[in-house]
Write a protein that binds this ligand. Structure first.
Ligand SMILES: Cc1ncc(COP(=O)(O)O)c(C=O)c1O
Length: 282
């Protein structure tokens, strides 16, 4: 029997197994998984793996009904079908298929994927000599300048904001440094000057942000690139966000505190106008 796959109720060869390109696992890394071994046809520590899978799913609010649709019988069936006595079982649950949006739609059905393969054996040579290793900085995932598809933290922050009746969330560090929104960059204006967080590896270097910097220069606005904290953010005259899908969009409150007079300010409006003029002319 060749290596086996299972996708949403159907067993078949791995090469023929497919999921939609709009699956949120593919789009956002919006899913959880387990890897389980079987020795001599018997699943090892299955219960512990299933407990961790439930906990992982609950932590990302992935709504899979483990009691109504238990995975254990499917795993057992796959193991029986593949006939590998020592097997490696991969189990993945994703949020499901939906048009791409950070916002999680209601009534989305999780995708269930499994693979059943022969258990790889650690080579004897390696087992005998032991492994040679190197150290590396733990940057999981600090490289936000990379427009990578591991967007699960962004998805969770966006949906928590929506659940609490906000439009979006602003990421801040443990020390209160302000970074960016879940899919937009941030600008603040104070005393007629703009400030943006430093374009380090910690934020995405927005294409819209770049064009807005040109717009600011064109209308004679100075821009500082400097770290600022939540208090500075809230004390700004104006705050706005930038992104491909919103151009420059005013932010009028943060954590229920109004920014300035609580209305979209003149600098935001002026920059938006300039941006629209330039972007639609290109
Ligand atoms: C985290 C984050 N910041 C900022 C942006 C804005 O970038 P751009 O102006 O290139 O759309 C995005 C866009 O997806 C983003 O995901």
């Amino acid at each position: 029997m060749p290596e086996l796959a299972y996708v949403n109720g159907v067993f078949g060869p791995i090469a023929e197994a497919t999921v939609s390109i709009e699956d949120r696992g593919f789009q956002f890394g919006d899913g959880v998984y387990e890897v389980i071994v079987a020795y001599d046809g018997r699943l090892f520590l299955l219960e512990l793996h299933m407990r961790r899978l439930r906990r992982s799913a609950a932590a990302i609010m992935l709504d899979y009904d483990f009691d109504e649709d238990p995975l254990e019988p499917i795993i057992a069936e796959g193991l029986r079908r593949c006939e590998f006595s020592d097997a490696l079982v991969y189990v993945q649950l994703t949020r499901g298929v939906a048009p791409r949006s950070h916002e999680i739609p209601e009534n989305i059905t999780p995708t269930v994927v499994m693979t059943f393969k022969p258990l790889p054996v650690v080579p004897d040579e390696l087992r005998q000599r032991g492994a040679r290793m190197m150290t590396t900085l733990d940057t999981r995932w600090a490289n936000c300048y990379v427009k990578a598809i591991i967007l699960l933290p962004n998805v969770i922050a966006k949906n928590e904001a929506l659940r609490r009746s906000y439009d979006d969330a602003i990421f801040v560090t443990e020390t209160g440094e302000v970074r960016e929104c879940t899919a937009y960059n941030l600008f603040i204006a104070k005393g007629g000057k703009l400030t943006i967080p430093p374009r380090t590896e910690s934020i995405l270097h927005g294409v819209t942000q770049g064009l807005l910097l040109e717009c600011a220069a064109a209308i004679g606005l100075k821009v500082n690139e400097e770290a600022f904290d939540i208090a500075t953010l809230c004390a700004a005259d104006e705050v706005f966000m930038s992104g491909t899908t919103v151009d420059a969009l005013g932010i009028t409150s943060v954590d229920d505190q109004p920014i300035g007079d609580g209305r979209v300010g003149p600098i935001t409006r002026r920059l938006y106008e300039e941006f629209v003029k330039r972007s639609r002319a290109r």
